[in-house]
Design a protein around this ligand. Structure first.
Ligand code: AMP
Length: 575
């Protein structure tokens, strides 16, 4: 079926064509003709990413009289982000109608500006419930002539506590309007709204219960809590082109996971309620522009994230409300694309797996974490692909090449390739060297076998991971260290007494403690086990070391030139 066959006006068809839509999506094929031809209400069970905005937007724009200035269409949606997105879409849909004025009305922005825009005569208002109620109370919006009301993501609005507002808004609209309600799930409260405010509605469900989920592959990994972050990193490292959202349960966990990722050099940012609106906007803009690869978010902050092309949704933990899994996974596989939703589960949580499976009406496959070798192979191939595809700027690079040739002339082609690959790749190789099996498969392997793995695993370490060493101590030691907040997850125990050294280098000079440790070990010729607690400030640091190596270390590192040409200076601290 084509858009033309759906019965839309030429102005709308032209707008659709200029958006690059070729064929209507299934929900558009079902909804549009019915909304154009009948005056009945409609309930649509559909997820975000299925083309549902156009499914109600095109018929609404098609039927509104843009030569009049009265408000005839109203869209209510849960979040500011979604409100802005929908109004932008509607502005596109109505671009060929003179005088069209679509006004978004949402909290957290100047109410006066929005009032001015409404005063110009908005034929369609797209609003979040709280701000719209405010406008109604102040008599700044007139809904008495509204013919079409669309409630988008109705379940989300109820989850967010907008029940009373929605009731009050609907009471303020005429009885003979048409109401179109869209929801990804149908909890009792949504059914109640449909019953109370709708008259024998047409019901449409796109495909099966969860249409979008057809394009989503659901996987789960079993992992011990202490390895959850390692597990996350393995998944990310195995998908070098990942563009994903990592869901955490709390703001604190969100910050912690994002911090750890950022410190390990991943392109990630947190998104949660402790950030100001301006900060959240900045993060969302960067994510949308693909300036960042990974968004670490709480459920609430991630509501209304309508970003196409998200390849993966990673559930760092199960959501508190299992139903939210649908909303989380619905952030991927939008607009007919494919996506993967991943769950990290510990043994306790795996009991809840069947509830999730029930909700998405599909089985979730267990996957094994990739091994260090798998990851290295994948990353190496990615690096080689990058080399093959890189754009060579011949003219700009030419002046430097003779000096490079001179330096490399003693090496064969094979040697040069090996050296270039190693220069880029050694960090990765050493990180995953000796990587252990972190799959927590309680049914697989004997205890003895797992014990061995764990012992071997004690050697999983690497330059990108500030957490290394965390699991290296026996349980009793771990308990002792628990209260120590100062270690940034990088505490080491130096046997017996320790000597504190002052260093004139800090976070400005070294990306993290791991980096500083490597330099100290290499330049001082000492083993890492002799280094203890490290406190890094911007410009200087204190490092506890075993007294027996203090002299050797000082001798080795004093005067070493660091990046930028500055010389490192170290002395015993009398702090
Ligand atoms: P929605 O479910 O409304 O958030 O739409 C998801 C994405 O699909 C948006 O980027 C739309 O622009 C896009 N889209 C909607 N309908 C179509 C269509 N018929 N053909 C191609 N893309 C579409």
């Amino acid at each position: 079926m084509t858009f033309k066959e759906l019965g839309l006006k030429q102005e709308v068809l032209d707008a659709v064509a200029s958006l690059g839509f070729v064929d209507p999506s299934p929900i558009q094929q079902e909804a549009i003709p019915q909304l154009l031809e009948t005056e009945r209400d409609l309930v649509g069970l559909a997820q975000t990413g299925t083309g549902k905005t156009a499914a109600f937007g095109l018929p609404m724009v098609n039927q509104v009289d843009f030569s009049s200035k009265t408000t005839q269409g109203l869209v209510i949606c849960p979040t500011r982000e979604l409100c802005i997105q929908i109004s932008k879409d509607f502005q596109q849909f109505s671009r060929n109608f003179r005088g069209a004025n679509i006004v978004p009305v949402y909290g957290g922005a100047s109410i006066d500006t929005q009032v001015r825009q409404l005063n110009r005569g908005a034929q369609i208002v797209v609003a979040t419930p709280g701000r719209l109620m405010d406008m109604i109370k102040r008599k700044r919006v007139d809904l008495s002539q509204v013919s079409y009301v669309a409630l988008d993501e109705a379940d989300e609005m109820l989850n967010m506590g907008f029940k009373e507002d929605i009731d009050a808004i609907l009471e303020n609209t005429p009885n003979d309007k048409q109401t179109w309600l869209f929801s990804a799930t149908m909890p009792k409260e949504v059914v109640r709204i449909a019953k109370n405010y709708m008259d024998n509605p047409i019901e449409i469900t796109v495909g099966t219960k969860n249409a979008a989920s057809k394009n989503i592959e659901h996987h789960f990994y079993k992992v011990n809590d202490r390895d959850r972050f390692h597990g996350l990193k393995r998944i990310i490292d195995f998908e070098p082109n990942i563009y994903g959202v990592i869901f955490c349960r709390t703001r604190r966990e969100t910050s912690e996971v994002a911090d750890k990722l950022i410190k390990s050099n991943y392109s990630a940012e947190p998104l949660h309620g402790d950030l100001s609106q301006a900060q959240r906007d900045r993060v969302m803009k960067a994510f949308r522009n693909k300036d960042i690869q990974l968004l670490v978010a709480t459920d609430v902050a991630a509501r209304g994230i309508d970003v196409d092309d998200i390849t993966h949704v990673i559930n760092y933990n199960l959501p508190d409300e299992i139903e939210s899994y649908t909303h989380r996974s619905g952030r991927t596989a939008r607009a007919g694309k494919k996506g993967t939703s991943i769950l990290l589960l510990n043994t306790r949580e795996s009991n809840k797996l069947r509830f999730v499976e029930k909700i998405i009406n599909s089985k979730i496959d267990q996957k094994k974490f990739p091994t260090g070798k798998d990851i290295c192979e994948k990353q190496l191939m990615q690096l080689i692909d990058k080399v093959v595809e890189v754009e060579v700027k011949e003219e700009q690079i030419a002046p430097y090449l003779s000096a490079v040739d001179e330096k490399l002339k003693e090496f064969s082609k094979e040697e040069i390739i090996t050296k270039f690959v190693s220069a880029e790749f050694n960090r990765f190789l050493s990180y995953y060297e000796n990587a252990r099996d972190i799959n927590d498969d309680s049914r697989g392997g004997s205890d003895r076998g797992r014990g061995n793995e764990r012992r071997r695993g004690d050697r999983e370490r690497g330059g990108r991971d500030r957490d290394r060493g965390r699991d290296r101590k026996p349980r009793s030691d771990r308990r002792e260290r628990r209260g120590d907040k100062d270690n940034g997850g990088f505490n080491r125990n130096v046997e017996g007494e320790s000597t504190t050294l002052f260093l004139n280098v800090g976070e400005k000079d070294f990306s993290d403690k791991g980096h500083l440790i490597r330099v100290l070990c290499q330049e001082g010729g000492v083993a890492g086990k002799n280094l203890g607690k490290i406190r890094m400030m911007d410009n200087f640091s204190f490092v506890d070391v075993a007294p027996k190596i203090a002299g050797k270390l000082l001798k080795g590192i004093n005067g070493v030139e660091i990046e930028g040409g500055r010389k490192m200076r170290a002395e015993v601290s009398n702090q």
